[in-house]
Design a protein around this ligand. Structure first.
Ligand code: NAD
Ligand code: DAU
Length: 332
């Protein structure tokens, strides 16, 4: 039995990985999660009771983290403050969780020798011009734009230093924008789907032409598992699925699939410092570890996601009013 500790396992991508990992009968999982506004125990239902445990706690709690590390074979660190817009209105929890939290985990990894995988983002590389023929690679210089991405960049650099200076057995992955079920309604795709369900027009920041490189969360999970199985310690792997789309493209697809006119959206105040474009070259992961994404069709993935939000209103409804109140306060 492989015993995995998953931080942030009650969040969007962490819970996806928990479900994915527990589909392997030889894996047991402990989730360590603080249950912030972004965490939901409702994302962790239907799991095998004999192989799953939930621990309510903070990754900044050194004693708790060190005790848990001693009981597991590997840790996959998803816990974070994850939303750029929140980091602009209140950066303090981002510094605490993303930097101090990661530091706390690395010190526990150093003390226990546990295998550690660090989940990060393509946003650490800053952004690309719309016509740049290059995509991000593992050697692109770090150039983060927001409080969120700068704290993620700092956490990645801590991992690299703990590998080099202390021999911590770590790998890092930097993934592009995820979509799929159980994503908080503050994020772009679920916000627009649930707006349409509520009869509200989707909102696009600025001119709506910023580009994101979308990947289904199931594909992110399979890539992380592959890195855990076969990734080389000390290495960074970029995860992507050739999913570049403008925000307008995405909203128009959602509107069309939900039976609305494709121009039934509004342009609103832009995000300060809004990154223009992300694009991932994932050839290292493919060439070295033989990984490929399974969601080849973005429309199919979006259709599945729309169906999930239609079928699971009880999951997202409690989040919706608070998320929209935050946006209304800044004209978005
Ligand atoms: P999320 O906001 O949905 O979930 C974060 C989870 O972490 C929540 O369950 C929350 O309760 C928990 N958490 C927060 N602070 C904590 C603390 N101090 N101690 C313990 N638990 C805490 O985030 P997500 O979108 O699932 O992102 C997960 C990870 O993936 C993050 O590290 C993020 O940077 C990274 N990532 C996200 C994306 C994306 O598109 N969402 C893409 C690439 C990388
Ligand atoms: O690239 C990976 C990153 O993707 C992750 O590290 C982050 O955790 C994750 O939140 C995501 O960051 P983004 O800022 O790209 O995602 P968000 O869903 O907030 O926005 C996606 C795009 O849509 C971005 O260009 C801003 C735009 N947007 C967002 C919202 C919420 C809108 O136009 N309207 C909106 O209402």
């Amino acid at each position: 039995m492989t015993k995995l500790l998953i931080t942030g396992g009650a969040g969007f991508i962490g819970s996806n990985f928990v479900h994915y990992a527990l589909a392997h009968p030889d894996v047991s999982v402990t989730v360590l999660d603080k249950l912030t506004y972004a965490g939901s125990l409702a994302s962790l239902t239907g799991l095998p009771e004999d192989r799953f445990r939930f621990v309510h706690g903070d990754i900044c709690d050194s004693a708790l983290v060190t005790e848990l590390f001693g009981e597991h074979d590997a840790v996959v660190h998803y816990a974070a403050e994850s939303h750029n817009d929140n980091s602009l209105s209140g950066p303090a929890p981002f510094v605490q969780t993303n930097l101090i939290g990661t530091f706390t985990l690395l010190e526990a990894a150093r003390a226990t020798g546990i295998r550690y995988h660090h989940i990060s983002t393509d946003e650490v590389y800053g952004d690309l011009e719309f016509d740049d023929p290059e995509r991000f690679t593992e050697s692109t210089p770090y150039n983060p734009s927001s409080p969120y991405s700068s704290t993620k960049a700092g956490s990645d650099l801590l991992v690299r230093a703990w590998v080099r200076s202390f021999g911590v057995q770590a790998t890092i992955s930097n993934c592009s924008n995820n979509y799929g079920p159980r994503q908080h309604v503050e994020k772009f795709i679920p916000r627009q789907i649930t707006n349409v369900i509520d009869g509200v027009r989707p909102r696009l920041y600025g001119d709506g032409l910023n580009v994101r490189d979308w990947i289904h969360a199931d594909d992110h999970s399979s890539a992380v598992m592959r890195i855990l199985e076969a990734g080389r310690v000390g290495e960074t792997y970029l995860i992507g699925a050739d999913g570049e789309k403008t925000n307008r493209d995405v909203v128009e697809a959602i509107l069309q699939m939900m039976g609305q006119p494709t121009d039934a959206y509004d342009l609103v105040t832009d995000r300060p410092g809004h990154d223009k474009r992300y694009a991932i070259d994932w050839s290292k992961l493919s060439d070295e570890l033989g990984w490929t994404p399974t969601y080849q069709s973005f429309p199919d993935g979006i259709a599945d996601t729309i169906a999930w939000y239609r079928d699971n209103e009880a999951w997202w409804r409690p989040q919706k009013a608070e998320a929209e109140a935050k946006y209304a306060a800044v004209g978005q």
